[in-house]
Design a binder for this molecule. Structure first.
Ligand code: ADP
Length: 168
């Protein structure tokens, strides 16, 4: 059983994340999509809402499990018996951070490989942050995120207070 963890904020899940989940599910026996709780990081959506969007949009894939996690990724990976961490690489701009994380995680847990997936070109410019910025300014984001997340974004940015805050 080759189990991989796909960690991230998923704030909210986009078609780019879903593309990576789909690709990883074809390579690994089981993919655990793990939404980080990150008490210190500001998220637009709480972890339960981020999980709900993931469940609605990826919960139908039989070998995909959706959970939240807190703490060090390597500890979570060890506790689940994972052989790999899945991450997405969109552009060169992702590389430096992802490279540093991969090497640090290997140092902390030598048996854990980091495997990178590149999304379909149509999604390579997508990030949760840019989608939130479009939604904040009243744009239609249904081409970038699943319907549940588009509805959630619309509801979130329905107040002037939320619209006044630049997206993180
Ligand atoms: P984090 O806060 O951990 O960066 P994200 O939810 O932003 O969480 O991203 C999780 C992972 O998914 C990262 O490896 C990121 O590069 C990747 N990712 C994000 N958007 C896309 C996309 N459009 N296509 C491919 N991978 C993506």
């Amino acid at each position: 059983m080759r189990l991989a963890i796909y960690p991230g904020s998923f704030d909210p899940v986009t078609f780019g994340h879903l593309d990576v989940i789909q690709r990883a599910s074809l390579i690994f026996d089981r993919v655990v999509v793990a939404a980080a709780v990150h008490a210190q990081k500001h998220h637009t959506f709480g972890v339960e809402e981020r999980l709900e969007f993931l469940r609605v949009s990826a919960g139908h894939i039989p070998n995909v499990e959706i959970v939240k996690f807190e703490g060090l990724l390597v500890d979570f990976a060890r506790s689940r018996g994972a052989v790999a961490v899945v991450r997405g690489l969109r552009a060169v701009s992702d590389f430096e951070f992802e490279f540093q994380m991969a090497l640090m995680n290997r140092r902390l847990f030598p048996g854990l490989e980091t495997v990178f997936f590149t999304p379909k070109e149509d999604y390579s410019y997508l990030s949760s942050r840019i989608v939130k910025e479009i939604a904040r300014l009243g744009g239609d984001v249904r081409a970038f995120v699943p319907e549940c997340a588009a509805t959630g974004l619309k509801a979130h940015f329905s107040t002037p207070e939320a619209r006044a805050q630049p997206s993180s």
